[in-house]
Design a protein. Sequence first.
Length: 458
Amino acid sequence: MKLPHIPPFKTKVVEPVYFRTKAERAQKIKEVNYNLFNLHSDWVIIDLMTDSGTGAMSEQQWAEIMLGDESYAGSESYFKLKRSVKEIMGFDFLAPTHQGRAAENILFSAVVKDGDVVPGNAHFDTTKGHIEFRKAEAIDCTIPEAFDTSVYHPFKGNIDLEKLEAVIKEYGRERIPFINITVTCNTVGGQPVALANIKATCQIGQKYGIPIYMDIARYAENAYFIKIREAAYKDWTIAEIVKEMFKDVRVVWMSSKKDGLVNIGGFIALNDEALYEKLGQFTIIYEGFLTYGGMSGRAMGALAVGLKEGIEFDYLNDRVKQVQYLAQKLKDYGIPIQEPVGGHALYIDAKRMLPHIPQAQYPAQLLGVEAYIEGGIRGVEIGTLLADRDPLTGKDRLPKMELLRLAIPRRVYSRNHMDYVAATMANVMARRKEITAGFRITKQAAILRHFTVELETI
């Protein structure tokens, strides 16, 4: 008999879950203006809002918490982290930050100016926000297959190379501070980028003298998909693939709360000493001294270990298999999802699940609210609310996809939890025709509105 797959870890500490009735949840989500971000966590049964900082740390990481060097300058924990980054990624210079958006703030403060354009593959929401805050423009050059959830493509995060070159020719090299590659590409469904596509993008950058910067929040998951789906690298180790991914990349930045397996932290890594010194000015202004940035010593120590654990094949294989298990359950119930599934989340196609709800009424947000009411599941909308408004017209952008993301925290939930999630979505699917109207906005922030928006039912 073939032995079944089991996770490469066992539980040591548990956290309680609190249960409320369906009627109580319906009242609570109304009280918080139908914004899932406003829910207190003890009102959530299974929290799939994000995989960012929500994972469980290992015993080795907790040991580093106790060993943390909290010196203001020259912390040994910083040098542990720096050594891990050098060993895994090959970069000499490291600027720690408290999380990914802080890294974006520091990096873009140094290199992005009014009138610039930054082409890339479906920029993350905070990435686009930081670019537009500086009166620059983020231009999406993702391949068209990424926007059809029913089409199979092994690397839907790929950059459309022809479109990228067209953008460069249209705007000119002098207006493009860098080309951005996000691995994996969260906004189109956690989709990976092929190593061949990374190399081709780097060649275009070299051709026009434009550096490649990479958002590497989920770089280890991307490396896993390269090994599994890209035949040329099937015999390579994850560590070897990671080095190859970064070989021609000028700068990387990371929200370490994902593939760093920690609850807080981030960094910028590079080999350009002059740019590192420029970044250091902004690090000191916005975050802290150069050898801690926005992180405590204990957090840097935990990250130094987490980066190594995050590229272990057995861990990555288990993580992706859990996501694939839930995906198959959802498909068995007839729920339309972005395929193939990525490494960190399931993305349900709200346009296909709720085709009768106009996009102007935020169907993905509506689907998220219904999932919460039905089973206490908290996901997050990746659709019109997140796409925000056009900076020039002030009108809603209408993205090509309306997705409800169910992001799976690392090393937290069991297969029984996945069964519960699937059953919840199946119940919503069964009564979808009874869901007859969406939302209108009653209050919204000037930028990144989806975090604090207030809604009412139509």
